[in-house]
Design a protein around this ligand. Structure first.
Ligand code: LMR
Length: 413
C-alpha cells in the first residue's frame, strides 16, 4: 500500500484534505441581525428591497400569477436545459429590446438566478478561451471574482471608483483598460452598480462601446437591478447601445429584485455572437446547463412569463416597481440632505452606496447602534426608513472618512 493511500485510510476520508471555509460575510449578516434583540436595530446589509415597514413583500402581480398558475398548470414535467423559452424571449425584449426568437445572432437560456447566468457565461468563455483575461472594476459584487476565477478566467482589476469623492473615476477606468488586449472580456454592471451605486452616463456607455468595438473586447454585463434606478427603459439604454455596437456580448439577468423572486431563483443569459457561431454557442450553453443543473427551476420563470404576457399584470408590476425605485430615490435625497459627506448618494442610483467607513467603524456601528452593513461600508439604502434615516446618519457621522483609501494603481501588464 502506498504512503498516500495509508494516510487517507488513517484520516478516515478524502475530505481530510479540505480546509474549512469562512462563512460568506454578507450572508452571515442575515443571521447576526436576526439574533440581535434590540428593537432599534437597522438592517442595511444584504441586498433585498424593503418597504417602509421593513418588509420584503411579494409583488401583487406575482401573487396573481401564482394563483393563476396553481389553478391552470397541468404538468410539472421537464422543460429541457433551455427552460421556459417564452420567458427568455419576453425578458430579452424587456431588457435588450430584442426578440431572441426572431434574431439570428442572439441565443437565450433560462438560468437559476443571475448567479446561474453569470456562472454559465463564465464557463462558456473559459471553454472557448481557457484562462482568458476578464477586466473587473474595483470594487465589485463580492461574488464576482470567486465566481469568474473559479470558472477558469483570469481576473484583471481596473480602477472604477474614487473612494475620496465617492464617485465614478471614469478617466482612470479608461486608462487602465488601455492595457486590455483584443479578445479580453470586460465585466460591466448594467445599472445600479453593486456596491457603489454609481452609473455611467449615456456618453460614457458610448465610450465603453467604442472601446470594446475598436479593441475587440467582449462585454459581459451583469444586469441584476433593472428598473430600480430610474425606470425600465432608461436603466437599460446603455446596455442596449453597447450590445448593438459589438459583434459578441453576454448579458446575465436576474429577476431577484425587480420581480421580488429572490428564493425562486429566476434569471436568464443571452449571448450575442456572429450568425455562423450561434449554433455552437447555443449547443455549448445547453451542454453546460445540463452538466451544472440539468434544467432550471420552472415556477418563478413561469410567473414572470405570465406577468410580461398579460397586460393588466404587467401594468401592475411596472407600477409597483416604479414605486420601489421612487422610495429608494427619496431615501437617497434624504441621506444626501442630512450630511454633506452623503451628498454623492443623491446623484447615484439603485439600492447600494459605499460609505467611507473602515472595518473598525462598521464593527462599532454594529455593536453600539445595531446597524448591520457589509464590511466594506456598503449599505442597502432600502433598509432605511423615513424614521431611521436621521438616526442612521447621526450614528455614522463620527466615523465618516475612516476608511483607508486603497492605493489606486493601474494594473501591471
Ligand atoms: C447583495 O449583493 O447583497 C445581493 O446581491 C445578495 C447576494 O447574493 O450577495
Amino acid at each position: 500500500m502506498s504512503g498516500e493511500l495509508t494516510s487517507v485510510a488513517l484520516d478516515g476520508t478524502i475530505f481530510s484534505t479540505l480546509k474549512a471555509e469562512a462563512p460568506d460575510a454578507l450572508l452571515a449578516l442575515i443571521g447576526l441581525h436576526a439574533a440581535d434583540p434590540r428593537p432599534t436595530k437597522i438592517d442595511v446589509g444584504v441586498g433585498v428591497f424593503r418597504d417602509a415597514t421593513g418588509a420584503t413583500p411579494v409583488f401583487a402581480a406575482v401573487k396573481e400569477a401564482e394563483l393563476w398558475l396553481a389553478q391552470t398548470q397541468l404538468s410539472k414535467s421537464y422543460l429541457g436545459p433551455e427552460g421556459d423559452v417564452r420567458f427568455t424571449e419576453l425578458l430579452a425584449e424587456l431588457a435588450l429590446g430584442r426578440r431572441t426568437g426572431g434574431s439570428r445572432d442572439l441565443v437565450g437560456l433560462q438560468t437559476p438566478g443571475g448567479t446561474g447566468a453569470l456562472r454559465l457565461g463564465a464557463e462558456l468563455l473559459a471553454r472557448a478561451a481557457p484562462g482568458r483575461s476578464i477586466w473587473v472594476g474595483t470594487p465589485t459584487w463580492a461574488n464576482h471574482v470567486p465566481l469568474l476565477a473559479g470558472a477558469g478566467l483570469a481576473v484583471r482589476p481596473h480602477r472604477f471608483f474614487d473612494p475620496e469623492e465617492s464617485d465614478l473615476d471614469f478617466a482612470a477606468m479608461m486608462i487602465d483598460l488601455g492595457a486590455a488586449k483584443p479578445g479580453d472580456i470586460l465585466l460591466l454592471h448594467g445599472c445600479c452598480h453593486n456596491p457603489t451605486g454609481v452609473s455611467f452616463s449615456l456618453s460614457e456607455w458610448q465610450a465603453i462601446a467604442a472601446l470594446c468595438a475598436e479593441r475587440g473586447l467582449l462585454p459581459f454585463v451583469d444586469l441584476a437591478y433593472h428598473g430600480l434606478g430610474q425606470d425600465i427603459e432608461t436603466d437599460v439604454a446603455g446596455v442596449r447601445l453597447l450590445v448593438e455596437s459589438v459583434p459578441a456580448a453576454i448579458v446575465a439577468y436576474s429577476c431577484d429584485k425587480n420581480f421580488g423572486l429572490y428564493r425562486d431563483r429566476v434569471g436568464a443569459i443571452w449571448v450575442k455572437a456572429p450568425t455562423s457561431q450561434v449554433d455552437a454557442v447555443r449547443s455549448n450553453l445547453y451542454a453546460l446547463a445540463r452538466i451544472n443543473w440539468s434544467m432550471p427551476p420552472d415556477h418563478g420563470a413561469a410567473v414572470v412569463r405570465l406577468i410580461l404576457d398579460t397586460p393588466e399584470l404587467r401594468a401592475d408590476w411596472e407600477a409597483e416597481l416604479g414605486a420601489m425605485a421612487a422610495r429608494i430615490a427619496d431615501l437617497r435625497e434624504r441621506l444626501a440632505a442630512a450630511n454633506p459627506r452623503f451628498a454623492p448618494l443623491g446623484r447615484q442610483q439603485g439600492m447600494f452606496a459605499m460609505l467611507p467607513l473602515g472595518p473598525a467603524a462598521v464593527t462599532a456601528l454594529r455593536a453600539d447602534h445595531g446597524i448591520y452593513m457589509a464590511g466594506n461600508g456598503r449599505i442597502n439604502i432600502a433598509g432605511l426608513g423615513e424614521a431611521t434615516v436621521n438616526r442612521f446618519v447621526a450614528a455614522c457621522a463620527p466615523y465618516l472618512g475612516t476608511k483607508p483609501s486603497p492605493v489606486q494603481q493601474p494594473p501591471d501588464d
